[in-house]
Design a binder for this molecule. Structure first.
Ligand code: BGC
Length: 759
């Protein structure tokens, strides 16, 4: 796919002209979601060309039995998959006896898709010659309501440009859906029963094994140009496909509009016995209100979101479109209302990555939700892990750890590990560190000192117990070492002493020691309860202190540089710039063996540590490490450019920061990693936000106070952002002449470029 087939616009994503080769990419880009459910931008009408069908429900998954060549003890039984749910958007159409199928119709004109990010409404329009006699114009509007999580709406308008065809709308729910990604071709759903009437169609389905009950519902009405109900209705049912078929003869020059409301009702929130009533009420009320009013209510919710979180960039529409697209998609994926849900790397836009929660949530997403939403949203993200602590302890015990040590899963839905590549499942243990860091980051940012005694301390202790058992004392090095790990750079596996992992483990132990002392002192009663629960003995602390003192951190023998891992200097060094275009991404073009031996780094690894712990290192050290590692980095994880953008900003390298920013913010719009058809990179979108707010905006919390230290990229005239800091909305505008910071809480202390702001 060529870069840049989408038009640049500050508020809209626009595709013009129909190209079947771009259908799958656009299905990802124009995806819709509302936190509770989401769907790829599949066509409503039949499409026989290459397409990737996807409609997903938050929290509903299937445990697909693990498939590996060589089973290793400790592998999880299953890989939890976000699953394709019954299709409710389908509207197959016949015009004068001919199927409407853009893959087969020869003369498609004025094809256009527009995703309006301000209003959250997606529109698609085109004109098409159906036969010698009939030519029609079509306009479709669709949204998944931000006001009512279970409601989706479609307005499908057809105008007869030539001829007076009979139009047949076959508006259906189809339970015969599959996942593209399934290990054993198992069906994931069983369908229990259905309802089919003039007022409602509904299919009650249950996932196999996990037994999630959901109802897919829909109700369609055909309206004339004055909003009167028209057409004759028939109903059909065949093998889990239920439909309402409406026929109408359209006069030349006039139009008719099918309004379809639909979505999912989920047993996570309702009793199954209530499914029918809830759905009926929902469609009745929706048809009474009408599409336009519901669209207004939906857009009003978007308006509130933008009020809290918009970032404006003046003088650079490309950058502007990029950041809004990222903020838009993050809000479509997760709204923080339900602590059982989380943020999958692909959100509701594809199947890849299966389960929902990676370390991405803590390392990348938390800062975005912390600063753009109510504090409870970030607390819910932490609570999600607290509620899964028992499973993390069980997970570690399966691997031979004891004494309440916890290893959080690399990928999970419900707390159980479901990743099954040994080099990641067993070795990419740095994820534990990110979970501990998130607790620290949350308290630092929100000032909520209750979270740690209430929940966080148990998580910190369990993670620390894991580190203590995972290291071993090396007589040769006279230090504690950590063997057989994979760092954030997944292009190296089974290495010893990954600096990032050892460093975050050390930090975590020290931090937990400090927090234990605080809880003991200020929450004595609570501590007494905790020590009984976790079987605590202060004697444990001796070893903790020893490990902190003696943990091994690999270093360059001559330069003041930390080494990514033992033996890193044995590599044959070449900068990534020697790679030819056709070799990139190397993970699609090189053998794994060649990648492992190469010096190329997938994503920030040592530099990830320099990002999280920036105040542990001075600028000179950062500069040395950046100049050593960045040239070797191929940025083939979407999580990489944002970290480099923030670090480059910190170094004052504005233009380098800007080029990383463009890459992160337009990763999907410009398809840098040549895989957008599989879905969007949702979690790295939070990294894009960080590269503006923490990078160009220079936002930090230091010694319990908010610091803002902005820089302005050359091509921008102005940029502005908003953050919710400790329940106060702080607005920052930066242009070539001034920095304007406003907030309405006189007690809030803010520093700008190191100077305390005097109100
Ligand atoms: C990255 C991981 C990340 C995962 C999901 C991988 O490509 O290397 O760090 O957690 O994608 O985003």
């Amino acid at each position: 796919m060529k870069k840049g087939y989408l038009k640049i616009d500050p508020w809209e994503i626009i595709e013009e002209d129909f190209d079947p080769k771009k259908v799958k990419a656009s299905e990802s880009i124009f995806s819709l979601g509302n936190g509770a459910m989401g769907q790829r931008a599949n066509f409503e009408e039949e499409y026989s060309g290459d397409t990737f069908q996807g409609s997903y429900i938050g929290g509903v998954y299937y445990p697909d039995k693990t498939k590996v060549g060589w089973w290793k003890n400790g592998y999880p039984e299953y890989f939890a998959k976000v699953i394709n749910a019954p299709n409710w958007i389908g509207i197959h159409i016949k015009i004068g006896g001919h199927k409407l199928d853009l893959n087969k119709c020869k003369d498609v004109k004025n094809f256009k898709r527009v995703l309006n990010m301000k209003t959250g409404i997606y529109t698609r329009s085109f004109e098409v010659q159906i036969s010698n006699d009939y030519r029609i114009a079509v306009e479709i509007r669709r949204f998944l309501s931000m006001a009512q999580g279970e409601l989706g709406a479609i307005k499908y308008k057809i105008k007869a440009l030539e001829g007076s065809p009979e139009i047949i709308f076959d508006s259906f729910i189809d339970g015969n859906i599959k996942n593209q990604d399934s290990n054993w071709e198992d069906p994931f759903w069983s369908h229990k029963n259905h309802c089919i009437s003039d007022e409602l169609i509904l299919l009650h389905s249950q996932t196999l094994k996990t037994e999630f009950d959901i109802a897919t519902y829909a109700q369609s009405k055909l309206l004339d140009e004055h909003g009167n109900s028209i057409g004759s209705l028939e109903k059909y049912e065949k093998e889990n496909r239920i439909s309402q078929v409406i026929k109408y003869k359209l006069d030349e020059g006039s139009s008719c509009t099918l309004i379809k409301f639909g979505g999912y009702i989920n047993a996570l929130n309702h009793l199954c016995s209530e499914f029918n009533n809830i759905a009926k009420e929902l469609v009745t009320q929706s048809h009474q209100k009408g599409f336009d009013l519901l669209a207004e209510e939906h857009s009003y919710e978007w308006n509130k979101i933008w009020d809290q979180s918009d970032i404006q960039i003046k003088g650079d529409d490309k950058a502007q479109q990029g950041i809004r697209f990222n903020i838009f998609q993050l809000n479509q994926t997760y709204n923080g209302h339900d602590s059982r849900l989380n943020i999958g790397p692909k959100g509701f836009t594809g199947e890849k990555y299966g389960g929902s929660t990676y370390w991405d949530t803590e390392a990348y997403c938390l800062p975005f939700y912390m600063a753009t939403k109510d504090q409870n949203v970030a607390r819910n993200l932490l609570k999600y892990r607290y509620e899964q602590l028992d499973k993390a302890i069980e997970n570690a015990s399966k691997l031979g750890f004891n004494n309440g040590a916890a290893l959080y899963p690399m990928v999970t839905m419900n707390g159980e590990e479901c990743h099954n590549e040994w080099e990641i499942t067993f070795e990419e243990i740095h994820r534990n560190g990110a979970i501990a860091f998130a607790i620290f980051n949350y308290e630092r940012y929100t000032g909520d000192t209750n979270y740690i005694p209430e929940m966080g301390i148990e998580v910190l202790i369990a993670i620390t117990r894991f580190w203590i058992q995972r290291v071993n004392y090396s007589e040769e090095k006279k230090a504690y070492v950590m063997l057989g790990v994979t760092g954030p750079n997944e292009y190296e596996n089974n290495i010893n002493n990954n600096w990032y992992t050892n460093y975050i483990a050390k930090w975590c132990i020290e931090y937990t020691l400090k927090e234990i002392n605080k809880v003991k002192k200020f929450n004595t009663k609570r501590w007494k309860i905790i020590i009984r629960k976790i079987d605590w003995d202060d004697k444990e602390l001796d070893l903790w202190n020893d490990v902190v003192k003696k943990i091994y951190l690999p270093k360059h023998p001559e330069k003041d540089i930390y080494l990514q891992q033992d033996g890193f200097l044995d590599k044959e060094f070449h900068p990534a710039s020697i790679l030819k275009d056709e070799e990139r991404p190397i993970n699609q073009n090189w053998s794994w063996d060649r990648i492992l031996r190469s010096p190329f780094i997938k994503q920030a690894d040592v530099l990830q540590g320099f990002y999280l712990f920036e105040d542990h290192f001075n600028k000179k050290m950062l500069e040395q490490h950046f100049d050593f590692y960045e040239p070797l980095t191929v940025h083939e994880s979407s999580l990489s450019p944002c970290i480099h953008s923030i670090l480059a900003s910190r170094l004052g390298r504005t233009e380098q920061a800007y080029s990383f920013y463009l890459r992160t913010s337009r990763l999907d719009l410009d398809d840098y990693n040549k895989e957008v058809d599989e879905g969007l990179h949702i979690t790295s979108m939070a990294g894009t936000w960080m590269s503006v707010v923490e990078g160009f905006g220079g936002v930090r919390v230091l010694k319990n106070q908010l610091h803002i230290d902005p820089i302005l990229p050359n091509s921008w005239n102005e940029f502005s952002f908003r953050i919710n800091f400790r329940n106060t909305l702080v607005k920052v505008v930066v242009n070539k002449n001034e920095i304007d910071i406003s907030y309405s809480n006189p007690d809030l202390i803010v520093y700008c470029k190191g100077e305390k702001i005097i109100i």
